[in-house]
Design a protein around this ligand. Structure first.
Ligand code: UDP
Length: 235
């Protein structure tokens, strides 16, 4: 295997599966199985999970809510998703720890970098909840930040599309997929991979990003096996 330690970013929306809101238990179980396979290969797996299936601060703000208040709700949503994923992984027999960026000690460990790394070394999956712990950020930024902190080799962004295209493949049937692309090319072509804060943090720290379709069974392992799945963004 090419990578020893990975950080997997899963969006909250992905957890909805066929539903319009919340968590689809079937989808959750599928993800847990995929993650288990990777852990069994001896890979160290950390996960950052989003909260968009429950609440987004921006959506609250557009309805007149205070943005920071909304972002706090969004961060708590990611903790809810983290708990759900932790449960699903434990059902699969995968040892898991949930660490939260906002203190919620009865529910999750606080984020402590050294402790997180120790869990990973012991083969436990570490789920990071609560985003970065700060409003005005996204869980993509949290994913890049945590990946750098724990010295992950790569960040895997599981999405609904199977990589980065020349234009939106759902709108333009002539769009073609990149297998590899540089950070600069993504920026100069105006392609969307992550929000700018997250993307430039990744670029500055030379952390490669792989965008791939997490909903296709076996894809996570395929990516890690070095198969030509998804798009890799590199220097
Ligand atoms: N959020 C935040 N700070 C962070 C990460 C997340 O305030 O560091 C809030 C923000 O309101 C965001 C919500 O949590 O809208 C859910 O996260 P995100 O939208 O990134 O989830 P995803 O799109 O991955 O489901």
């Amino acid at each position: 295997m090419q990578y020893k330690r990975i950080l997997l970013k899963l969006s909250g929306e992905a957890l909805m599966g066929e539903k319009q809101y919340g968590i689809d238990p079937k989808r959750l179980a599928e993800y847990a199985q995929e993650i288990k396979e990777v852990v069994e290969k001896g890979m160290q797996v950390a996960i950052v999970i989003g909260g968009g299936n429950i609440f987004r601060g921006l959506a609250g703000a557009s309805n007149g809510m205070d943005r920071v208040q909304g972002d706090h709700m969004g961060m708590l949503a990611t903790v809810i998703n983290g708990l759900a994923l932790q449960s699903a992984l434990e059902i699969e027999g995968v040892e898991t720890r949930l660490q939260s960026a906002i203190k919620i000690n009865e529910v999750a460990e606080p984020f402590i970098r050294r402790r997180a790394m120790r869990h990973l070394e012991k083969g436990r999956v570490v789920i990071f909840g609560g985003g970065t712990g700060n409003p005005y950020f996204t869980t993509d930024s949290a994913a890049v930040l945590r990946a750098i902190e724990i010295e992950a080799d790569v960040i895997l962004k599981g999405t609904r599309v199977d990589g980065i295209y020349t234009s939106d493949p759902e709108k333009n049937k002539d769009a073609t997929k990149f297998d590899n692309i540089s950070f600069n090319e993504v920026l100069s072509k105006g392609l969307k991979v992550m929000d700018t804060t997250a993307f430039t943090l990744s670029q500055e720290n030379e952390l490669p990003i792989i965008v791939f379709d997490m909903n296709k069974k076996g894809n996570l392992l395929r990516v890690l096996d070095g198969e030509n799945v998804g798009t890799k963004v590199n220097l």
